[in-house]
Design a binder for this molecule. Sequence first.
Ligand code: PLP
Length: 402
Amino acid sequence: MSKNSARTAGRHFLQIPGPTPLPDRILRAMDTPIIDHRGPEFHKLARRVLDGIKTIFKTTNPVIIYTATGTGAWEAALVNTLSAGDRVLMVETGQFATLWKNMAAKLGLNPEFISTDWRTGADPAVIEARLKEDKAHEIKAVCVLHNETATGCLSPIAEIRQAINRAGHPALLLVDTISSLASTDYRHDEWGVDVTIGGAQKGLMLPPGMSFNALSDKAIAASKNSKLPKSFWSWEDMLNTNKLNYFPYTPATNMLWGLAAAIDMLHEEGLDNVFARHERFAEATRCAVRAWGLEILCRDAKYYSPTVTAVLLPEGHDADKLRSLALDHFDISYGMSFGKLAGKYFRIGHLGDTNDLTILGALAGTEMALTLAGVPIRKGGVQAAMDYIVSAHADPQRAAAE
Ligand code: PLP
């Protein structure tokens, strides 16, 4: 029976790829009286989060914390490093890459967009070839998404850095980790990234409204010559005040308490365990999709996302109708589809503070919703996911190697 009353019992299944469900511990950490943001207690909190967040990006360099959603941190990365008319090389992995490219154009930059069919990640070889052609070094930055949330494709950032090095090109490397940070391995320093953009509302298990720029020395040097106008986003003001354990404006104090709790929780679980957990959810989800006989949007296993799986529906079946039916009957939300593939796929988010049984519940809801919507599927997706999860618990190393 579909929902026809004002109240829905039980917890909503929030299977969008972020914002993700908030752990009670983070809610409790945020539920605290406001403190003086120039006083001694705040100084301690600021130091705790400014140092702690570096361990999540795996950097010893400064990480800027903005009171803004991820879009703000995108803008901050561009306006602090670049000047009007600068050429930037971007990759059309999907909707979010397109939005970032549009932003670059609006800011007066000159984006060059490497196109894809939205079913793959950024290819290091294509980036290398383009940079080798750019003998005059007109391209000032390479901008890629680590995880394209719109399609469920993860790009190999370490390989992209090697490609830039092989081309002998001085471009900065700017990477968006909004839907991958704190869910899959990421190494700002080791991978030679110049600016890493992060967001609060996904792997960090926080509400929307906080975002990050992790910097390199080269990025800080570039910011001294960058001419795009900036005020709120200026790294300089942030770096100067952060050194003294405060912010150039009123910080989102309660979000910072939440961030401190999130960093503690990630380390208590162990980052590698967090990453393995996400890999397990992702592969369990893919096992279900394959068993149903449906197609995963990401067409190359090399680029599979650990945080979101996009599922294509057969011709003639409307993914938006499926999402609305699933919400109505089973109180589950999925991510929508975008752009040239709008209506053709839906996205199952499997990230943040979640566990095996929640993922299996979500997959059970999905199998029932697909059946109810008349999508021709084989049964047994949930069973395939269970079998995989059992095997991953029995032999985690083998499961990770598969
Ligand atoms: N980049 C990626 C990869 C995203 O997934 C999102 C949002 O989901 C954004 C950027 C934009 O972030 P926000 O909506 O927090 O402004």
